[in-house]
Design a protein around this ligand. Structure first.
Ligand code: HEC
Length: 144
């Protein structure tokens, strides 16, 4: 799926089925090209993504505590759930303060130059996921 096809699919967000299908399958190209290094850099950005402002993230300097720690994410969440959560956390909690990173639906006060743009691209979302789901991001095992 190319970017414009992804944007088109996302534009039809009213149809939960489409989003569900998108979350589960057609990211194969982005997934294959995903980069742990790019994911790390994206997670660290304070201005563009801001993830580290709200989350503790494995392998990164101390982060914020507004959202849950992302340590051990792979043990409590599937890849699809995490993908949907980052794409649009309102699906899990309509009152969430986490920004919808891959949606332009229902946003208010968007600067003129940024209207219709998502914060992440499907590729940068996969980069983030491949970082968060790498084995070293699991909960550290503390010896008894
Ligand atoms: C303004 C604060 C804020 C920012 C910025 C933010 N999040 Fe969140 N995040 C939250 C909160 C709060 C939750 C708890 C559930 C909810 O309200 O959606 C959450 C939940 C999550 C979850 C689900 C955690 C779990 O235990 O299942 C993931 C994954 C996640 N965030 C990843 C990210 C990523 C990746 C970014 C950056 C692209 C990010 N978040 C940016 C506040 C934030």
């Amino acid at each position: 799926m190319n970017l414009s096809a992804a944007a088109l699919a996302w534009g039809l967000v009213g149809c939960a089925g489409i989003v569900q299908a998108w979350a589960q399958a057609p990211v194969a190209t982005e997934r294959a090209a995903a980069s742990v290094e790019r994911g790390r850099a994206l997670l660290l950005q304070r201005q563009d993504t801001g993830c580290v402002l709200c989350h503790q993230i494995p392998g990164l300097p101390a982060g914020g505590a507004i959202g849950p720690s992302l340590h051990g994410l792979a043990e409590r969440s599937t890849l699809s759930q995490a993908r949907l959560h980052i794409a649009d956390a309102r699906r899990f909690n309509p009152q969430t303060i986490m920004p919808a990173y891959l949606s332009t639906e229902g946003l208010h006060n968007v600067a003129a130059g940024l209207q219709g743009q998502t914060i992440l691209t499907p590729q940068s979302l996969e980069d983030i996921l491949v970082y968060l789901f790498q084995p070293t991001a699991r909960t550290p095992v503390i010896a008894p």
